[in-house]
Each structure stands twice: as structure tokens, then as C-alpha cells.
Design a protein around this ligand. Sequence first.
Ligand SMILES: *Cc1c(COP(=O)(O)O)cnc(C)c1O
Length: 374
Amino acid sequence: MAVPFLDLSAQYLSIQQEISSAIEEILHSHAFIKGPSVTKFETMFSEYLGSKHCVGVGNGTDAIFLTLKALGIGHGDQVITVPNTFIATSEMISATGAEIVWADIKTDTYLMDISSLDSLITEKTKVLLPVLLYGNVPDMETLSKYAKDKGLYLVADAAQAHGAKWNQQHITDFVDAATFSFYPGKNLGAYGDAGAVVTNNAQIAEKIRMLADHGRKEKYVHQLEGYSSRLDSLQASVLSVKLPHLGEWNSLRQQKALLYSENLRHIPEITLPASLSQSDHVYHLYVIRVRGYRDELVKHLKERGIQTGIHYPLPLPFQPAYEKKMWPEDLSRLSYTKQIADEILSLPIFPEMTNEQVKEVCDAIHSFFIKIRR
Ligand SMILES: *Cc1c(COP(=O)(O)O)cnc(C)c1O
């Protein structure tokens, strides 16, 4: 039995009828941009997160950029983020003209290490930008207190963490803004590019809305120069159909994760995903660490038709794009991130995955370790 890393068709089939009529409705209304379906989704998503405002934008990358711009970030400012994320996070810091400062990560959760921040903060630091990597949640309460204490904005890159909570509270409660991606493979995925910013701050929301639509509030009045990054109506209508299922889909992911952990916990070379007890991890990815044999295990699984991923094989500060900007001291400080990048392995996980498929992956992993011990 082959196990794909992700299977979007099973989910589509389960909501096919609703999707078709939602799309039909938009086609008949021909309100493709800024139509009522966008407002409807924005309202639904902010309500889902118990938050005041949601601004739909073109994608999750723009969500980060527009948030930083709305906060006034630019040349001469520094933004602290993590080295083990998708490049969108850091790219958009640079796109504003600000400087990226790389925080250390925790050895168990691989999330931002709050204790590393003191030594990184300067008078130029304006924003803390933690990433809810894999759907896991850092200590939002401490981060929020810390940011307030230091007079910094706290923005969460929640592209992988729709619906994740800290201590039973939505993560949006703790931040100035949280950015989301609805890239098709994310926990809440559109059928194309889409993104959003969620905030409790009306001014931030209004500024982002203007920036995302050529700096205007009214059709022919441009308050400022902006950008073109709007959530389109077709994607919004797809997201409105999918959102009511998100809670169930997240708990199905959590069940698969639990099943994996039960099955893999006795293998000494494997470290299971760790999260703090207050973190309601939504398992966008189920990532284990394999000491010594990662690449051999990938090959073994591939031969059995099991797809895996690595998120991410080369941490950003070590990427060619950043090579020239890095100091040797920083690279050696971040060596832990580099080390775990050689050990992490993302196993297949998606809500519609069957328990048999999880077992299949676990059996294949067990057979690998039996083989190497012979
Ligand atoms: C997916 C992702 C993004 C970017 O989202 P897009 O919608 O693809 O632009 C940003 N940050 C993280 C951590 C992501 O996983």
C-alpha cells in the first residue's frame, strides 16, 4: 500500500457538492474581487479565532509583508525571527528594508527560544516574529509579556497553525497580528493562492486593508501608495465551505499524530515531536528526528511507496541567499539548527489518512531498524 505525503483529493470528494455550488454562485454573481464572499469569509475566520478583524490578502507571504508595512517597519529596523522556517518569513522582513535577526530555537520543540532574545535585542529591534512551526505553539503568554516589556510588536507567522491554541486560548489573543496562508496543502487550504491577517487592532487592520488595495479606502482616493494583494472571491468561497470542517480536520490530524507516537516511541534512534502542555498542536506536519540514519530511512520508505518530506533541509542562514549577510559568530551560534536539519523527517499526515496508512508507515520504519540491527 503506497502512502502519499498528502492527499487533497479525498478531502475534495467529501465536500465536492458544497464547493461546486459555492463556485457556481460566484460565477453567477461575477463579483470576483472584493465581493460579499470575501467579507463573509473574513467574518467567519475572525469569529472562528475569537478575534476582531480579519483582512483577506493574496497569500501568506504578502500577509507577513503587509503586516510589517502596516506596523511601519522599514530601513533601519530589526525584526527577530527563527532560522528554521520557510523563506517567506525572512524574505518579507528584507522586503520592507529591515534587517533579519535570527533567534535560537529550543532543542525540544524547535520553536523560538525566548531565552536567546535578550542578547539579540538592540534599540533597532521593533518586532518579534515567531513561527508556529508544524502547527506547534511556543509559549505565547511569555512571548506576549516579553514583547510588551521591551516595547516590541509581536507578530505570529501562523501559516502552519490555523486553529492552534495556547492554554485553550486562540493564539490571536496574544499577538498584535497573526498571519495565515491558505496555500492548498495547509490545514485550511484554498484552491489557489490565498492568505489573511487576523488582529484585534482596528488600526492595524485598516492599514493592511488599504495597503493591500493600492492604498485606498474609496475607489478613487489613494491615501498612500500601496500594493495589489487581495483575497479573491472564488478562493474566499472555497475557504468558507472548508472552515466549518477545520476543527474536525485538526482533531483527525491530532489522532494520527498520537497513533504515530504510540507506535514509534520505543525506537531509540527516533525523537518524537514535543510540545508544551499548554500547546494545542494542530500537526500541519508530524516531524520526527532520526539520529544517524535519516537519509537511509527516507530511501527505505520510498522503496515501499511511502512519501516523506524535510521541513527544512537547509536552515535559512545557511542558504546561498543569506551567505553574504551572515557573520561567522552567528553561524556557529545557530549550529544546533543546522544539526537538527540533518535529522528531521516529516512523515505523511492529513485528516483523511487512514489508521492503516499510519500503521503501514510505522511498520516500514520498524522494518528499517530491524534490518540495520541485523
Ligand atoms: C506557507 C508558509 C508561508 C507562505 O505562505 P504562501 O501562502 O505560500 O505565500 C509563510 N510562512 C510559513 C511558515 C509557511 O509555511
